[in-house]
Design a protein around this ligand. Sequence first.
Ligand code: TRP
Length: 335
Amino acid sequence: METTVQKKRILSGIQPSGNLTLGSYLGAIKNWAALADEYDCYYMMADMHTITVRQVPADLRRNTLTQLAAYIASGLDPEKNVLFVQSHVPAHAQLGWVLDCYTMFGELSRMTQFKDKSAKNADNINAGLFTYPALMAGDILLYQADLVPVGGDQKQHVEICRDIANRFNGIYGETFKIPEPYIPKVGARVMSLTSPENKMSKSDKDPNGCVYMLEKPEDIMRKFKKAVTDSEACVRYDIANKPGVSNLMQIYAVSTGKTFEEIEAEFAGRGYGDFKKAVGESVVEMLRPIREETERLLADKAYLETIYRSGAERASRVADRTVSKVYKKVGFLAR
Ligand code: TRP
C-alpha cells in the first residue's frame, strides 16, 4: 500500500510587467527556492494579470521569458517546482470567468489595489483591472493550494479568494481548498532607496529608488551610493526614526547573513559612505551569479521552451481537474 504523505501545496506568481526588482528577489523568489523539498510548489508568470495595464507586446514576451530564466537562476529547480506561464494553461481563463459570476461588485470596489491602479491609469480603467481579484482567486483555487506566499500588499487578494471559495463551497458543497496567505519566516520587505517609507517598486518615480535583479554592477553601486540616510551618522536599526539606514541594514543582513548587532559593530564610528558602499557590494556579489546564469539561460531558448512546456502540462493536469469539477457543479452540460 502506498504510504506517501501528501505534501502541502503552494502557489504564487509575479507579473512579468517589467524587470524583476531586488524587492521581488529578497521578498519572494529567494524564499521560494527553500520551500521545494517540504511543499509541492507551483510558480507562474502571471501574464494574464499583466495586460490589465497596457503593455508593449514584445516587451511582455521578453519579460515573461526573462522572468522564467531568473526564477531558475535564483535556485528554483524546474524539476522540483512547476514553473509555468499563466496564459499557457487555459484553465485560468476558464475558472476566472466562472468566479467572476460569484464575486460581488461591492467587494471588488473595496479592493485597495484597484483603487490605486485606477488612480494611476485613469485613462484605462478596464473591466479586467476591476475583476483581477477573481482571476487571481482562480489561479490559487485551481491548484487547491494550501498556502500562498505573498507580500503584505497582496494579502487582501488572498482574503477575497477565501471569501469567494467559501461562497462557492457554501452553494455547491466542498469544491475548493481554502488557502492561507503565507508570509515566510525569513524574508525582507525591501523599501525604496530614495523614499524608504515606500516599498521598493519599479513604478517608483525616482529611478534611483529601485534596484533590479539583473542590473549592471556599476548601476547598482551608483544607486546604493545615492541612497537616502539621515543626519545622525550612526548605523543603528530604528525603522521609525531611521527608515533609510534600517532598510540598508535589512538588505545587508539578508545579502551577507549578518545580524543587526554584527552590522552595528562593523560600522561603529564609520561614516555612511563606507556603509553604503559595503551594502552595494554585498548586493552586487549576491546578484552576480544570478545575472550570469540568467543570461546563460536566455541564450538557450530551446531549454527554456522545454521547461515552460512541461510546466504548462504539469500545471494543466491539476488545474483541468478543478475546472471539470466546477463546470459540473454549476450545471454546464458535459461535452
Ligand atoms: N497579483 C499578484 C501581484 O501583482 C500576482 C499574482 C497573480 C499572484 N496571481 C497570483 C500572486 C496568485 C499569488 C497567487 O503581485
